[in-house]
Ligand binder design. Structure first.
Ligand code: ATP
Ligand code: MG
Length: 362
């Protein structure tokens, strides 16, 4: 659509980076020479749904086949306050690339799939080097969120053997007090994405050593997490399980966790440090959650994980044979609840073997 109308338009950012790495793409960003008004009228002329999601900074979301594409007019940074870059429209891809954060995030692709690399990000992508575009200190002072983005992208795309880039790490450490100016919501979003990386532990180790982790989450320590990552077997990592391993104070407020996320972290921590057997955990919380709790428990105690799968399967498939109605008449209200819990405990204690009649006879 854009090219037919004589505009430049390129996929940019994570979708190009991840496509080149043959990794899944989470969202599509498009950068174009068309102005927001031109984007809107083009979309209208071909019947594509357009939502002005961020029209102030030139972003319009086009929805095609239910997939959102964030389209943004070429921009350049003109002024910054450390929290939000103030931007102006730009004329060229080169200018648009220069305001981006890391070289591997400034790759462009046209509709045919030809890749354009105005900054020189391809070699960095190939070698797993997360490199700031321009001077790291300047770029961090423009927008302190880039400190956390540096760690996030290092965890996901950095070369683990080479370790984190020392110069960039030093710049992040130097300017870490800027993190205080960021909203809990933005910090939380970055930390969630960092914690979802295949192995975030080495990067969190660097964040810890440089003092940055303590600023984000006082009291957090990556030791347990490093063990957890190696014990865990889930196909898609659970950031809240990892956060439970990381620990730290006031995670709910500092990372703006939802109620359900915070509850999950609390449950993981409380049960991992508790003494319920794997089968009971699986009966109460389901197989996956019970497995996560057990993995966290053994990571805390730095012990190898014993064979628990049979117990987990047993507990997950067990179903308590007594319904509350069956005790009505004999018990009511508070006493009924008490009685049910007593019988349930006896049943769990029996390895889920006591029959309904045996329980009622107790
Ligand atoms: P993801 O796979 O998580 O979506 P992404 O690279 O697409 O990764 P986004 O946050 O979606 O990251 O941002 C899209 C692009 O916008 C980035 O690749 C980068 O070029 C640019 N960008 C985003 N945030 C910043 C920032 N704070 N400073 C500079 N450039 C940024
Ligand atoms: Mg993206």
């Amino acid at each position: 659509m854009f090219e037919d109308a004589g505009f430049e338009a390129f996929f940019v950012g994570g979708c190009v980076r991840n496509a080149l790495l043959k990794q899944p793409v989470s969202d599509f960003d498009i950068s174009t020479s068309a102005t927001p008004e031109q984007i809107l009228s083009l979309a209208e002329s071909v019947g594509i749904k357009a939502v002005p999601t961020g029209i102030d900074h030139g972003t319009i979301t086009l929805v095609e086949d239910g997939i959102p594409f964030e389209v943004t007019t070429y921009r350049k940074d003109v002024e910054t306050d450390g929290r939000h870059a103030v931007v102006a429209f730009a004329e060229t891809m080169q200018e648009d690339a220069a305001r981006r954060d890391f070289t591997m995030n400034a790759l462009y692709a046209n509709s045919k799939g030809d890749v354009f690399d105005p900054i020189g990000g391809l070699p960095d992508l190939e070698q797993g080097i997360v490199r700031f575009i321009g001077n790291p200190e300047d770029r961090i002072r423009e927008d302190y969120l880039r400190i956390l983005r540096f760690f996030r992208f290092s965890a996901w795309y950095g070369n683990a053997d080479q370790g984190i880039d020392a110069e960039a790490l030093a710049a992040c450490a130097e300017h870490q007090d800027g993190i205080e100016a960021l909203s809990a919501e933005r910090i939380g979003n970055e930390m969630r994405k960092l914690l979802a990386a295949p192995d975030p532990a080495p990067v969190l180790g660097s964040m810890g050593a440089s003092g940055i982790l303590a600023r984000v989450l006082p009291g957090a320590a990556p030791v347990t997490l490093a063990i957890l990552v190696h014990l865990a077997t889930e196909a898609v990592p659970d950031p809240m399980l990892r956060l439970a391993a990381l620990g730290g104070q006031d995670a709910k407020e500092r990372l703006r966790l939802s109620n359900s996320e915070a509850k999950r972290v609390d449950l993981y921590q409380a049960e991992a440090l508790g003494s319920k057997a794997p089968a009971e955990l699986a009966y109460r919380y389901g197989l996956e959650t019970a497995r996560s709790i057990m993995v966290l428990r053994f990571a805390f105690f730095q012990n190898p994980l014993p064979a628990i799968e049979d117990d987990l399967a047993l507990g997950a498939s067990a179903s308590f044979p007594i319904k509350a109605q069956e005790l009505l008449g004999q018990y009511e209200g508070h006493a009924l609840g008490e009685r049910l819990r007593t019988l349930e405990a006896a049943w769990i204690e029996s390895g889920f073997t006591l029959s309904k009649d045996a329980l009622l006879a107790l």
